[in-house]
Ligand binder design. Structure first.
Ligand code: PXG
Length: 437
């Protein structure tokens, strides 16, 4: 046997430049509160809540203890034709925060599974109502809905699609809403672009509403580099969906659990979808879990169907006891510490802080909502994404973790962040912008 101890070769890292990383690795070994610790002992201020998931900060004792207790008490129970208490309790508790009427929860293990679950439920729902021709799905350019075949088909990021063949049939895409020319450096939601939702009418005109099952969008796009909905856009989308009997799915894998100052972006924007997909912040990132919220109407349609199993869908780990325990402890923290409204409390401070970067070298747009910011750099001559990556590396050297998507730096810190830490994150980007320009 070879001595492979500490070799980085075997692990094929996800969404990572493996060769580049393994030549100069960045390894995190511990985390507490707002900080990671790297393997060289440095403290790293977390500007990304891990990957948009550790909303209550890291290694929270309540979660650690709940998980430890649960794994010792009931490590696993089959979720098909059997039950255990925790997912019932968690679903009930979660629906106290979901939009009115979205009171039914299907558990998954990730955002990608939540998305595929939602798309399947939407198509099956129409079939049960005698509208089986409604099979088409509508996504949006720049959308990210995870990496399942359903998710990449409705998604709108070319690199996530182009390698993987013909994808799902019967998918259309709305235009994205990023318009830097018209909206650059807008604080909060951009004014221009609500009419882009009308494009759905053209898709309906092309296929007929009787062929369309659902529209799926992120209330704001995260992975594409923080693309916000123009004022009035989501309301318009809702109106058109309602008019044509099309289900509206909000993918809140990033926007859920307090990211923009409410438990769900749907609440903050005052627009009620028929289905909400979530994951990430559901368990504070500690244990993988996702949840799909569906309307009573959808759930009842299945319950009024033929006797027996109503939905032939589910995962071995749907509602896993340990994940559900993490979810309950996470929700306790969110509620006890008022974290669902904290992003709103900090929003204006955050907004002014990130917009103070205007004028730093090569910054062409700054976008923000809640505790989210996207800082867009002009691409360098070396190629698209190179400058963004250099800024990310420079921030990391300074002890700050931010996320680069192409030439956009995204920030989404844990909701427990304090103002001096906001200042520090912003300063690190200013310094990086000057250093790499
Ligand atoms: N939907 C949305 C809106 C997401 O943001 C997923 C689905 C998929 O979730 P899972 O748990 O299957 O990964 C996501 C994931 C980034 C980044 O850099 C964002 C995600 C994942 C990785 C990186 O913005 N979001």
């Amino acid at each position: 046997m070879n001595d492979k101890t500490n070799s980085l070769d075997a692990f094929w890292m996800p969404f990572t430049a493996n060769r580049q990383f393994k030549a100069a690795p960045r390894i995190l070994t511990e985390a507490k509160g707002m900080y990671y610790k790297a393997d060289d002992g440095r403290e790293i201020l977390d500007g990304t809540a891990g990957l948009w998931c550790c909303n209550a900060g890291h290694s929270r004792e309540q979660i650690t203890e709940a998980v430890s207790r649960q794994i010792a008490k009931l490590d696993y129970a089959p979720p098909f034709q059997m039950g255990h208490p925790l997912p019932f309790e968690l679903a009930e508790r979660l629906t106290q925060h979901s939009p009115e009427g979205l009171n039914r929860v299907f558990f998954t293990n990730s955002g990608s599974e939540s998305v595929d679950t939602a798309l399947k439920i939407a198509i099956a729902y129409h079939r049960l109502r005698g509208q089986g021709t409604r099979q088409r799905l509508v996504g949006r350019e720049k959308g990210y809905h995870g990496v399942g075949f359903g998710g990449i088909s409705v998604g709108g990021l070319v690199n996530n699609r182009k390698f993987f063949g013909s994808l799902l049939n019967g998918v259309d895409h709305l235009p994205h809403t990023l318009n830097i020319k018209a909206n650059a450096f807008t604080k909060g939601l951009p004014e221009n672009g609500a009419e882009l939702a009308n494009e759905l009418e053209n898709i309906v005109a092309l296929h007929d509403a009787s062929c369309i099952a659902a529209v799926i969008v992120e209330p704001f796009a995260g992975s594409a580099g923080v693309v916000l909905p123009p004022e009035g856009y989501l309301k318009r989308l809702r109106e058109i969906c309602t008019k044509h009997g099309i289900l509206l799915i909000f993918d809140e894998v990033i926007s859920g659990y307090g990211r923009i100052g409410d438990a769900f972006a749907a609440n903050r924007f005052g627009v009620k979808p028929d289905i909400i997909t979530t994951a990430k912040g559901l368990t504070n990132g500690a244990i993988p879990m996702g949840a799909v919220f569906v309307s009573d109407d959808i759930y009842n349609t299945f319950m009024d169907g033929p006797e027996g199993i109503e939905l032939f869908h589910g995962y071995t780990y749907s509602g896993h006891p340990v994940a559900a325990a993490a979810g309950l402890a996470t929700l306790d923290i969110y509620e006890q510490e008022g974290l669902f409204s904290r992003a709103l409390e900090l929003e204006s401070y955050w907004q002014e802080a990130v917009h103070s970067l205007k004028g730093e070298p090569n910054i062409i747009d700054i976008r923000n909502i809640g505790l989210v910011a996207g800082i867009e750099f002009a691409p360098s001559e070396a190629g698209v994404g190179k400058r963004g990556y250099e800024v990310f590396l420079n921030c990391f050297e300074q002890g700050c973790l931010v996320r680069a998507t192409g030439d956009i730096i995204a920030m989404s810190p844990p909701l427990i962040i304090e103002k001096p830490q906001i200042d520090r994150l912003v300063e690190s980007i200013a310094k990086a912008a000057r250093a790499v320009s």
